[in-house]
Design a protein around this ligand. Sequence first.
Ligand SMILES: Nc1ncnc2c1ncn2[C@@H]1O[C@H](COP(=O)(O)OP(=O)(O)O)[C@@H](O)[C@H]1O
Ligand code: SF4
Ligand SMILES: [Mg+2]
Length: 326
Amino acid sequence: MSTLLEAHGLVRRYHQRQGILGRPRELRAVDGLSLTLERGRTLGLVGESGCGKSTTGRLLLGLEAPDAGEVRFAGAPMPRPGSGDWRRLRARMQMVFQDPLGALDRRLPVGRQITEPLEIHGRGNATARLAELLDAVGLRAELAARYPHELSGGQRQRVVLARALATGPELLVCDEPISALDVSIQAQVMNLLVELQARLGLTMLFISHDLRAVRQVSHRIAVMYLGRIVEEGEPDALLSAPAHPYAQALVSAIPHPGRQGARILLKGDPPDPSARPSGCAFHPRCAQAMPRCAVESPVLRPRADGRLMACHLEQAPANESGSHEN
Ligand SMILES: Nc1ncnc2c1ncn2[C@@H]1O[C@H](COP(=O)(O)OP(=O)(O)O)[C@@H](O)[C@H]1O
Ligand code: SF4
Ligand SMILES: [Mg+2]
């Protein structure tokens, strides 16, 4: 296995105003996030709404620059957003968003929109490629002449996918790709993603708030809480025996064969990135918190079983482990 993309210590801050007259408050949407995407594999990124998943997706593709940290794609630093080098790289990495209607131009037939990236990047025979792409995403050729509003939600998401695949990208970031679709067609689009990933050898980041969806498509799962990854591992191992207390709570909310134990209800308020708790950000809600957790931030580290985890339960005390908040 080789690495396609690496991110180290990513931080992305935003400023948000509370009400019209309120002073802008700084929030850290992503706060020291590191991850690796292996070639030809899917990493599922899961966490509650607002924990920074979409921001992470944008940072990884260089759609936004991080305030700190670094993204490396195919061994080289990610070029500045919008620069010539970045635009050339765009053919190799694509994003699929939640809302296919919002992602498409209502005034253009979908076939034109699928081949648009080929024109931008000056690639080959668009007509032949369009037929290939429609076939790959399971759309009939005659649908190419239709406009977005003439298609169903599932067909529209297939169009978005065909457009994303047009330039033959290595990396696909799918941000909640099925959340806006009817439940009845979510499974079809999921199956298509799994099939395309395997057939084309795509490297994929699959972002979702739904652990069940993530489990279906991912080779590894990363659990995110307030801008950081708190646990990462193989789906079966993580789902049958989650190690991080937050992952335990998420997993306890879904049925899984072989796992025992009752649902863990999280206490306290949902996470607010503009008021990040000190130490381990999860400590006000953690049933297993120790005094150390309020002052010392746990570092994401490998465990003996190949998982990564950021929690003091796993780590030796004193100065050789956790880092203090800055
Ligand atoms: N462009 C932006 N400007 C200000 N705040 C933002 C912006 N984008 C995201 N945020 C805030 O950053 C936090 C993380 O957002 P996001 O990455 O969209 O989370 P998720 O995708 O996990 O729901 C949220 O509090 C959100 O309101
Ligand atoms: S570091 Fe402490 S507060 Fe954070 S998850 Fe682990 S035990 Fe809970
Ligand atoms: Mg999001």
